[in-house]
Design a protein around this ligand. Structure first.
Ligand code: ADP
Ligand code: MG
Length: 482
């Protein structure tokens, strides 16, 4: 009986989450317009379109040992790469991953950065273990690329002010401060002598890594153009290479030294009246740490997909007794259902949907569900993930439109190279239904001819290695390396 009502709730959700191609095209156009507005003037759009000060991406000639630090979500990574110059490329790569204790995500700036500096110091301590690699080579200071994936107003290649927190972080005293200074002070407190050569975010790191490692693109003339990078992980964001003369707000500063500049879009803040927003999204937003902010991120990224599913299940239980007469108490706990769990249920191909049954039991303490109930849960996961994936594809189309790469351009006899978008993040990497939906949607939107020239490429762990690569291309010792 109750289940009739539950199916009705699901049907309504599906309708509200629908993303026909026509709507996606409108969203792509809106994205392109907002990009333009954000580039025109400071505050010209919800899209910040931040100037990154990265105007030279790694070329492949970089040489030496460099460190990367990647902070941007639940885990942070520290890595060390040894670059061998032209032909050597990445000679050696080591890394360590540490999860950030939840209390530090809402504590003080000193607490967070002390923890990071401590772990970093431990990792640096392992340098040269095994073989005698460049310990402080010739008295050179170690250099670090710092990937910090929160909205930062960059003031130079290695300084920037934190504008606000996202993704569940909330450390009031850090907002408005230079995050490189905060890290440098913590490193000093820990006796770690290291210079931050570049401050970037994960999208820019991924873009740098994508460019550097641009291999396996089977183009006749050896490689496509890596024009943009997208992150689909805990949060979502994108960066791309823009012509300086298309950035009026930067040209006004009168300091442009290069023809191109990497723009950090902060596309998580994108909003448009065309976005399919439901009552569940609105409630999630209202109860979040940053209400009204990052609307796009909240319907797409890994931090939120599980929570949206939970909210719908909760309503189905409360209003239609979807799980019986008693509403399962666990179902009322915000964020108890994670996106990896949604993904596991979505991919369940066992005949009796065992995975769904087990997740419902283990996570939500809901036992003895009928096959029909489990099917409905999968349908729900599919609705929420498909909306996120298709909207991500539309947003990528927006960038391609901005760059004029949504169509085939023939200059004389030369055809344009393959356009490559480097993508990384746990959601893209592990949620295959999501990834597949994103890729097929982009193909649909571009059409056959163009989509054969556009490649979505997984840049695995690009944000960490990219940071180290950018430390190398912005090294203070560059002049003596060559
Ligand atoms: P971050 O974005 O925090 O830097 P990652 O790129 O590793 O880290 O992404 C982690 C996020 O990816 C998780 O928060 C989760 O939402 C998502 N994720 C991880 N594994 C899976 C999975 N198996 N299925 C779906 N999403 C996943
Ligand atoms: Mg990351």
């Amino acid at each position: 009986m109750g289940n009739c009502g539950a199916m009705e709730i699901l049907r309504e959700l599906k309708e509200k989450c629908e993303t026909p191609n026509g709507k996606l095209r409108q969203i792509a156009n809106a994205m392109k317009d907002e990009m333009q507005a954000g580039l025109a003037s400071e505050g010209g759009s919800e899209l910040k379109m931040l100037v990154s000060y990265v105007d030279n991406l790694p070329t492949g000639d970089e040489c030496g040992v460099f460190y990367g630090l990647d902070v941007g979500g639940t885990n942070f990574r520290v890595l060390r790469v040894q670059l061998g110059g032209k032909e050597g490329r990445v000679v050696k790569q080591e890394f360590m991953e540490v999860s950030i204790p939840p209390n530090l995500m809402v504590g003080t700036s000193d607490q967070l950065f002390d923890f990071i500096a401590d772990e970093l110091a431990k990792f640096v301590g392992t340098e040269g273990e095994g073989e005698g690699e460049g310990e402080g080579e010739g008295g050179k200071k170690r250099e670090l690329g710092f990937t910090f994936s929160f909205p930062v107003k960059q003031t130079s290649i290695n300084s920037g002010t934190l504008m606000r927190w996202t993704k569940g972080f909330s450390i009031a005293d850090a907002v408005g401060r230079d995050v490189v200074m905060e890290l440098a002070k913590a490193m000093e407190r820990k006796g770690l002598d290291m210079r931050v050569a570049a401050l970037v975010n994960d999208t820019i790191g991924t873009l740098a890594a994508g460019k550097y490692l641009n291999v396996n693109v089977n183009d006749n003339d050896g490689g496509g153009d890596v024009v943009a990078a997208v992150i689909l992980g805990t949060g979502t964001n994108a960066a791309y290479v823009e012509r300086v003369d298309a950035i009026p707000k930067y040209a006004q500063e009168g300091i442009a030294q290069s023809e191109e500049m990497v723009i950090n879009m902060e596309w998580g803040s994108f909003t448009s009246s065309h976005l399919p927003i439901t009552e569940y999204d609105q409630a999630l937003d209202a109860e979040s740490l940053n209400p009204g902010d990052h609307v796009f991120e909240k319907i797409i990224s890994g931090m939120y997909l599980g929570e949206i599913v939970r909210r719908v299940l909760c309503r189905m239980a409360e209003e239609a007794a979807f799980f019986g007469d008693v509403v399962p108490p666990k179902l009322k706990i915000p964020f108890i259902l994670t996106t990896p769990e949604v993904s596991a249920m979505h991919h369940d191909s066992s005949p009796d949907l065992k995975v769904v049954a087990n997740k419902l039991k283990d996570t939500l303490e809901i036992s003895s569900t009928s096959l029909e109930t489990r099917k409905a849960v999968i349908e729900l996961c599919s609705i929420v993930a498909t909306r996120g994936a298709r909207l991500s594809a539309a947003a990528i189309l927006g960038i391609l439109k901005k760059l004029g790469r949504d169509k085939v351009i023939k200059e004389g006899d030369d055809e344009q190279k393959t356009t490559v978008i480097a993508v990384d993040g746990g959601l893209f990497e592990h949620y295959s239904e999501f990834r597949h939906s994103l890729e097929t949607t982009l193909q649909q939107l571009l059409g056959k001819e163009v989509s054969s020239r556009v490649l979505i490429k997984h840049a695995n762990d690009g944000s960490g290695i990219g940071a180290a690569l950018l430390a190398a291309s912005h090294s203070q010792y560059n002049h003596i390396n060559i």
